[in-house]
Design a protein around this ligand. Structure first.
Ligand code: 13P
Ligand code: SF4
Length: 307
């Protein structure tokens, strides 16, 4: 049940949304009240697809910077507002253009597959993007004899490499939030809830992934839970996803693999900040045109593979 302050914020946000022809997109890791204010909630791929197809004039992007930037790359005619410009992604910051160029010069024949958790400038230097939901499919579309550089998440890369049976050149990036989940957490939760299925994000350490029934992106987790006959789930990803899982599956039980798996950047977005950017039309995320056109090619190649 929402309190008076939340209801009044939501009512003002809704008024402004109509006035400004705005849509609110929220990632699965957002705080509960932010997810509840959104027109669409999803994983990185679903949010990208939604941004590409919306007719709204303004997109309020409740997520982290690279996600808003991806929307800005695809929708140059729309205002993409990020309610807190400090909401970054440490993994995305682990690779920059000079670093990627050095790796490319080491493997000049390689195709560069770039996880969307990266800047637009890095995407512009890449051949094709992927998300956790389609990384395997993207890699499998590339001819087997073709060498591949996979950036920046080494653990998603290792997961895809194992599943596809292909050797990938990996960048040593990682997600600090997912690495907070350790094997001992999963073992302890399994002892406590022996009937529960274990689902984890492929950004987790391989020793964690090895203990899971399935490694899935956040959209994949939502579908898995819905379709499964199991009643209990141990969830190894950022804890924000539990809000939507519980709301959409009231007869099922969800246990976080670790309460420590919190992404502080995702939590920077609040209803107050959403209202503020809508009122002021501030915090617009833009991408220089030459970077935008190159990054767009890599994103569109991914969307073609995923549609
Ligand atoms: P998803 O695409 O699975 O939602 O993942 C995004 C992300 O940032 C994971 O940490
Ligand atoms: Fe980046 Fe990890 Fe946060 Fe996802 S959970 S946005 S990968 S820091």
């Amino acid at each position: 049940m929402e309190d008076k302050k939340t209801l009044s914020l939501l009512s003002r946000i809704n008024e402004l949304k109509v006035q400004k022809k705005a849509i609110i997109l929220a990632h699965n890791y957002q705080m509960g009240e932010v997810q509840d204010s959104a027109d669409f909630i999803g994983d990185s791929l679903e949010l990208t697809q939604q941004a590409a197809r919306t007719r709204a004039a303004v997109i309020v992007f409740c997520g982290v910077h690279f996600m808003a930037e991806t929307a800005a790359v695809l929708c140059p005619d729309k205002a993409v507002l990020l309610p807190d410009l400090q909401a970054g992604c440490p993994m995305a910051d682990m690779i920059d253009v000079p670093g990627l160029q050095r790796m490319k010069s080491q493997y000049p024949e390689a195709t560069v597959v770039c996880y969307v958790n990266s800047s637009a400038a890095v995407k512009a230097e890449s051949d094709i993007c992927c998300t956790s939901g389609n990384a395997l499919r993207v890699v499998e579309k590339i001819p087997r004899e073709q060498e591949i550089i996979f950036i920046p998440d080494q653990y998603l890369g290792r997961f895809v490499s194992e599943k596809s049976g292909r050797n990938l050149h990996l960048w040593p990036g990682y997600c600090p939030t997912h690495l907070r989940i350790i094997p001992r957490d999963i073992i302890a939760m399994k002892e406590k809830h022996p009937e529960a299925r274990v689902i984890v994000h492929p950004e987790c350490h391989p020793e964690v992934t090895a203990l899971a029934d399935a490694a899935l992106g956040t959209g994949g987790m939502r579908r898995y839970v819905k379709e499964s006959n199991a009643r209990e789930f141990i969830v190894g990803t950022e804890v924000g996803i539990l809000h939507g899982l519980r709301k959409n599956n009231p007869a099922k039980y969800f246990y976080p693999a670790s309460e420590m798996a919190v992404c502080p950047n995702m939590k920077r977005i609040t209803l107050e900040k959403i209202l503020w950017v809508l009122e002021e039309m501030s915090n617009q995320v833009t991408v220089p045109e030459d970077t935008r056109t190159k990054a767009r090619k890599a994103i569109e190649r991914m969307l073609e593979v995923s549609s």
